[in-house]
Design a protein. Structure first.
Length: 195
């Protein structure tokens, strides 16, 4: 199979898997399976941050949170340890699931391993592609989920969340984040976090 056809088939398979998400996300008057919507947002941001993005990076953007709903947060203890364990288990789950799909469509081990390394965020600070993916994830969060999280979280905790998110991003990511049309409440939280 030609490289372009392989790439398109992998995207189709990732999107088909994410379209099974029972959770619905509302955006611009439309309803979407949540992970399908966010996988598209991750890819959109990667393409904006790196117009010359490699196939592996684009593939990783599309499957970063693949089938995330299958491991719900509530299945772990509702404390910091439970949260960190959940996040760690999710990364491994996404990497395995992505690998299965990539092998099924015909990718070789080198591409599969590279996408999985990006899913697992190996060498985040040293790997420019991994950093671009992290920036894309943070930007999609700030663009689409920030206000919902603010509504259910006290201000002090929100400021810390923004500080942690900001700390994971590159200067390029910061610049894009500051261009987002944030709500007044989100902008206030960002300003406090960066003060």
């Amino acid at each position: 199979m030609e490289k372009e056809a392989l790439f398109e088939l992998a995207f189709e398979k990732f999107d088909a898997a994410n379209s099974l998400d029972p959770r619905i996300w509302e955006a611009d008057g439309m309803s979407y399976p949540q992970e399908l919507f966010f996988s598209e947002q991750h890819t959109k941001w990667v393409e904006k941050l790196d117009p010359e993005a490699s196939d592996a990076l684009l593939l990783a953007s599309r499957c970063q949170h693949i089938c995330r709903w299958e491991i719900p947060r509530k299945s772990y203890t509702m404390d910091r340890t439970g949260y960190l364990t959940w996040r760690s288990d999710l990364k491994k789950f996404h990497a395995v699931k992505a690998g299965e799909i990539l092998r099924e469509v015909g990718y070789d081990d080198a591409v599969v391993t590279r996408v999985q390394d990006l899913n697992l965020k190996k060498n985040l600070r040293k790997d420019p592609e991994c950093q671009t993916l992290e920036d894309a994830l943070c930007l999609a969060f700030m663009e689409h989920q920030f206000d919902d999280l603010i509504d259910g979280t006290d201000e002090e905790k929100m400021v810390k969340i923004v500080q942690k998110t900001w700390g994971k991003m590159s200067e390029k990511g910061h610049a894009e984040a500051l261009k987002l049309p944030l709500s007044a409440q989100a902008l206030e939280i960002v300003q406090k976090a960066l003060a």
